[in-house]
Ligand binder design. Structure first.
Ligand code: ATP
Ligand code: MG
Length: 141
């Protein structure tokens, strides 16, 4: 039996500024991810700090949260078998210098911080991140 899994992805401000929204969403669809919910918004510095709380204290935290609140983002709830791990494969390595050919970060990331896309890294983080951006009724599918 197939077990469907949900994950949260963010098209980051750098990718939105580069008109990459359509290309990235096409990659999700071509790779069999079902879009359950989607919205475009800009988060505040405080909201970025809450979202990335696990990185509080890391040297890049201030810069990362400035960046994530610097412009519009697109957040999507995706569903597929093995969605969490497979989305991270499709994203490519955090540092685009190490990202494989054919990945979203290889194509769109500029550097280790401005790296185009976020994806949940485990089931527990996916639950937190999905509920950070979407209300229960928006995911009731
Ligand atoms: P994400 O959580 O955004 O999906 P990731 O899981 O590949 O990316 P993390 O280690 O969770 O990477 O880091 C979160 C984000 O912080 C990275 O995507 C990147 O934007 C930024 N970041 C990570 N490491 C660095 C660094 N050394 N210098 C600057 N920014 C960094
Ligand atoms: Mg991460």
């Amino acid at each position: 039996m197939k077990t469907l899994q949900r994950t949260l992805t963010i098209i980051k401000p750098d990718a939105v500024r580069r008109n990459a929204i359509g290309d990235i969403i096409e990659q999700f669809e071509k790779n069999g991810f079902c879009i359950l919910a989607m919205k475009m918004l800009q988060i505040s510095k405080h909201q970025a700090e809450q979202f990335y709380a696990v990185h509080a204290g890391r040297p890049f935290f201030t810069s990362l949260t400035d960046f994530m609140s610097s412009g519009a983002i697109v957040v999507l709830a995706l569903e597929r078998e093995n969605a969490i791990a497979d989305l991270r494969k499709l994203m490519g390595a955090t540092n685009p210098a190490n990202a494989e050919e054919g990945t979203i970060r290889k194509k769109w990331a500029t550097n280790i911080e401005h790296n185009a896309i976020h994806g949940s890294d485990a089931e527990e983080t996916a639950r937190f991140e999905l509920s950070f951006f979407f209300a229960g009724y928006e995911l009731a599918k």
